[in-house]
Design a binder for this molecule. Structure first.
Ligand code: ZN
Length: 203
C-alpha cells in the first residue's frame, strides 16, 4: 500500500484497505470510462510504491466542530497535495432526512483522490457518483457543489458536463499534448444525478 494512515484505529485501517480494494476494482472495470491521465494518477496513488499519500482520520472536534449533535458538522473529507483528511464519521452509517445511509468512506476517499490528482469539484463529484455506488457512500452533488459547477462553467480539469442533459464527458483523444478542438470525439463517462430537490424551507 502506498497510502499511509495517520490517526486511524486498527479497525479504521482495515476499512480503508477494503475501500482501496473497491476503488481499484472500480477503476479497472473495462466499462468505466476514465480519462487516461486521471486513470494514471489514480493507479499511481493506489499501486506505485514511489508515491506516498497520507490519509489522516480526524473527529469533528479536531476539525473545529465541537457539537456535531447539533448538526454542526465539519466536512466529510478534504484533499490536496499528497494529503487527505477523512472525518471519522465516514466510517459510520448516517441519516439524511430521516433515512439511514451507508457509510461514506469509499466514496469520500475516491473523491479526495480525484482532488489530489488535480481535479476540481466537478471532476471529484463526477467520478464519486459515476464510479462508486450509493451503497459505497456516493451522494449526489450538494447545492454548494452545483454552485461551484456553475462558477467553473461546467468544466472540470478532466471532464465537462452538459448542463441540460448533465452528461459528463471528456475529449476522446489519448494524446493530451494535442490541442483539444471542439470537434474532437467525446467519451461519455456517465450522467451526474441531481440531488433530490428538498421542499423549500421557510426561514
Ligand atoms: Zn470536493
Amino acid at each position: 500500500m502506498t497510502i499511509r494512515y495517520v490517526g486511524a484505529t486498527e479497525q479504521q485501517r482495515e476499512r480503508m484497505d477494503e475501500s482501496q480494494k473497491i476503488i481499484r476494482k472500480c477503476i479497472k472495470d473495462k466499462r468505466a470510462k476514465i480519462p487516461p491521465p486521471l486513470l494514471e494518477e489514480l493507479k499511481d496513488m493506489l499501486d506505485d510504491k514511489r508515491t506516498v499519500i497520507e490519509v489522516e482520520v480526524k473527529k469533528d472536534e479536531q476539525l473545529g466542530f465541537p457539537e456535531p449533535s447539533q448538526g454542526n458538522w465539519a466536512h466529510w473529507g478534504s484533499g490536496g497535495g499528497r494529503y487527505i483528511e477523512i472525518n471519522s464519521r465516514c466510517f459510520d452509517p448516517w441519516t439524511k432526512k430521516g433515512k439511514e445511509k451507508p457509510p461514506r468512506l469509499t466514496a469520500v476517499l475516491l473523491h479526495e483522490m480525484v482532488h489530489i490528482a488535480g481535479g476540481n469539484e466537478l471532476d471529484a463529484e463526477s467520478f464519486e457518483n459515476i464510479l462508486v455506488s450509493e451503497k459505497d457512500g456516493a451522494v449526489p452533488p450538494s447545492k454548494e457543489d452545483e454552485k461551484e459547477f456553475r462558477d467553473c462553467k461546467y468544466c472540470g480539469v478532466y471532464v465537462s458536463m452538459n448542463r441540460k442533459t448533465r452528461r459528463v464527458s471528456f475529449p476522446g483523444t489519448e494524446d493530451t499534448s494535442r490541442a483539444i478542438t471542439p470537434s474532437a470525439p467525446r467519451v461519455t463517462v456517465g450522467t451526474l444525478k441531481r440531488e433530490q430537490e428538498a421542499p423549500a424551507k421557510k426561514k
